[in-house]
Design a binder for this molecule. Structure first.
Ligand code: Q9C
Ligand code: ZN
Length: 610
């Protein structure tokens, strides 16, 4: 049997090598470009309509000289912009590009100063498109991919496989992420979608059989002992939005396909990690997290081809099953780690879970996988569990489930924008309730564009001190990769090395008992490279790169100070962090005030003159 698994892997390796040659070139190109056009004018205009952005801030952010796509240099194709008019029609409004790499960076201080400028939060692209979804969908179905353009010429649009942003027929590379129109990102390898797959040598069902054989072999014949376990089941790919909307849903089956293909190419899975077979979570297990009413409402979707909990939380007839498998995998991974059968683990699951609360499905989430895992860990002997949630959105569901529970510490870092970013919860002063104050720790970023340094800085000064003090028996990471560079929803800037670094920092606690659970993350290349980086740390193959010289952005330092101020009441150990950062912070806010003061004086003098 072991031999058989080897043969399967070899044929897979061969199979994947085609993908590798295609992808490496694209990967290099893409990584340089990924940020380049993130703040496209189409996005900016939508934001502007919503009153989120000053027109002057519209710009192209990134590296104008890094275009490796072809011979053309800074010539940036104008993106066409749609805006819904009051009568519900979609009309083309404007075409505006500032081909200047510095545009969009608000410059509060001079070059060379220690605080990095943050990208303007003008990249909530998809979110805005979603808010307009109903308007888009009012259009006649047959016309859904046809949009009028400024000069009356009709052009057909296509959606980027990698980042799902809309593009015009005549461009060959995605305007937002640079992915090739006919991208083969999920074309080959395990579970490539029927849709994306052209001519292929062997069928998907053959691959399923070989994959299942491999799962069976390794789990039966190998002791997991010191290994990294991976939970995956192809039946979770069946959860998809049945209705063809005018825009593809970001939480799509290809997310898992892309990750699986990357891991296979790297020889990590199958290869170095051990597969955990999926099982469905039981109703009794779910009842420890969710209300019966919620469980029933999810089950009810099995009899419907298409249903919705919220406008963006869909289900098809397979969704409830997929959600039970996702939760079951998380529960089993937690028990395997607690029992010592596995060193650590990664749950490659969907639908995601952290927005699902006691009584409701929302934010693409049906059952709360992380919460289910915590309860399974408890059954397996864990007294205290730490949940670190680095999905770009606040895990309102997880926080609600454990709000009054001192045995579960929930720490979340998320884009918040004073409650304007989805789901709106997770302010620094949400600390837990009913005697469990201090057992919810929220790190709410004030804007988008947050990158590695701010995350690592917050880990150094908040997450690690509190986590060591708490001394958990297990750490569950609610690992969304939508804070990743290139994500269409998150608009942040965390790199694979950043995710690796955070994983590495946590692996020093509780003897490395770490369960990583996939939450969000919608750019296929970003999530694939990020998951790979995290698993390499879990495998002990990488220590997550350099650590020195972490310089937070101004907003990052401000958020960290705010959180320290709130949490120091519950975690006295934070006092030293707070005191050591105070001079840095005061100097910074003093300088900012001075700039403001000087500006005010200048303006006053000017108005006096004229
Ligand atoms: N106007 C996860 O990343 N966007 N969920 C809603 C409503 C929902 C994200 C916009 C984003 C949910 C798991
Ligand atoms: Zn998210």
């Amino acid at each position: 049997m072991v031999k058989a698994a080897h043969i399967i892997m070899d044929s897979e390796t061969l199979h994947m090598s085609r993908l590798r040659s295609v992808d490496c070139a694209a990967e290099n190109t893409l990584h340089k470009q990924i940020n380049r056009l993130q703040c496209q004018s189409s996005v900016a205009s939508l934001m502007e309509r919503n009153g989120c952005l000053e027109p002057k801030d519209i710009g192209v952010v990134g590296m104008p000289n890094s275009d490796t796509r072809g011979s053309h240099d800074e010539t940036i194709q104008p993106a066409t912009v749609y805006e819904s008019t009051t009568d519900g029609n979609i009309s083309n409004l404007r075409t505006e590009i500032v081909a200047d790499g510095s545009a969009g960076f608000p410059r509060e201080h001079q070059e060379g100063e220690p605080y990095k400028c943050q990208r303007q939060n003008n990249d909530r692209s998809l979110q805005d498109i979603f808010e307009l979804q109903e308007l888009f969908d009012d259009e006649d179905d047959d016309d859904s991919d046809w949009e009028p353009s400024q000069n009356g010429i009709i052009s057909k649009k296509w959606f980027c496989t990698n980042c799902i942003m809309p593009n015009f027929e005549d461009v060959l590379h995605c305007d937002v992420c640079g992915e090739y129109k006919e991208s083969e990102i999920v074309r080959h390898g395990f579970f490539a979608s029927h849709f994306a797959r052209g001519v292929n040598t062997h069928s998907e069902s053959e691959e399923l059989v070989t994959y299942q054989a491999h799962v069976g072999t390794s789990t039966r014949e190998t002791a997991l002992g010191n290994c990294t376990a991976v939970g995956f089941d192809e039946r979770m790919l069946l959860h998809s939005e049945g209705e063809m909307k005018s825009h593809p849903h970001p939480e799509r089956p290809d997310r898992l396909r892309a990750i699986i293909a990357s891991l296979a190419t790297a020889g990590i899975f199958p290869g170095k990690c051990f597969p955990i077979p999926a099982r469905e979570i039981t109703q009794d297990e779910l009842l420890k997290v969710h209300s019966l009413e919620h469980i029933k409402s999810v089950e009810l979707t099995s009899s419907m081809m298409s249903s919705y909990f919220t406008p963006d939380t869909y289900a098809n007839e397979h969704s409830a099953h997929a959600a039970r498998l996702a939760a079951g995998l998380c529960a089993d991974l937690a028990s395997e780690i607690m029992s010592g059968h596995a060193k650590n683990g990664f749950a490659l699951v969907r639908p995601p879970g952290h927005h699902a609360g006691i009584t409701q499905a929302m934010g693409f989430c049906l059952h709360n996988n992380a919460a289910v895992a915590v309860l399974a860990a408890r059954v397996a002997g864990a007294k205290k569990v730490l949940i670190v949630d680095w999905d770009v959105h606040h895990g309102n569901g997880t926080q609600e489930i454990f709000d009054g529970d001192r045995s579960v510490l929930y720490i979340s870092l998320h884009r918040h924008e004073e409650g304007r970013f989805y789901p709106g919860t997770g302010a620094a002063d949400e600390v837990g309730i009913m005697g469990a104050e201090g057992y919810s720790v929220n790190v709410p970023w004030k804007c988008g564009g947050v990158g590695d340094d701010d995350y690592v800085f917050a880990f150094q000064h908040i997450v690690l001190p509190i986590a060591s003090e708490f001394s958990p028996d297990l750490i569950v990471i609610s690992a969304g990769f939508d804070a990743a560079r290139g994500d269409p929803l998150g608009g942040c800037d965390v790199t694979p090395a950043g995710f690796g670094q955070m994983t590495n920092m946590l692996s020093g606690l509780c003897h490395g008992k770490l369960l990583v659970i996939l939450e969000g993350g919608y750019n296929l290349r970003s999530i694939s490279t990020s998951v790979t980086a995290v698993i390499k740390v879990l495998l002990g193959e990488s220590s997550g790169c350099q650590m020195g010289g972490i310089v937070p952005s101004k907003q990052g330092l401000r958020t960290v100070m705010e959180v320290l101020k709130v949490q120091v009441k519950f975690w006295p150990i934070l006092e030293s962090s707070y005191n050591s950062l105070l001079p840095q912070w005061e100097a910074l806010s003093f300088r900012a005030k001075n700039i403001q003061l000087n500006l005010a004086r200048m303006l006053a003098a000017r108005s006096k003159r004229g």
